[in-house]
Write a protein that binds this ligand. Sequence first.
Ligand code: MN
Length: 129
Amino acid sequence: MGSHILYIEDNPDNMMLVRRALESRGYQLSGAATGLDGVSAAEQNEIDLILLDINLPDIDGYEVAKRIRSSSKHNLAYVPIIAITANALKGDAEKALSSGCDVYMSKPINIRELWARVEAYVPAPSIAK
Ligand code: MN
């Protein structure tokens, strides 16, 4: 099973935090800083899971999720997408789910929650049996 995660996020601090957290568990992380770059990266690489920021500088995370789900690349209809929302109480979470995301988590990012949510879909290589 692969362990290649794509993180679509424009904030460099969050990118560094998540990169360190996931690489420490043996995952391979690719980053994209805009929505359009994220859709391209998802289509051009074999991705096992996507972490998706909602507030992006071009198209927002909802639109990213819709484009990924409607991609002609077959497995993107099923790849797990975890939305990372800044305003979970303002309807972001429901919009994320209705846009095609599987689950959401709220900012600020909690590393233990991140590990647990990712491992629910993709076992961590460094602790896999
Ligand atoms: Mn953002």
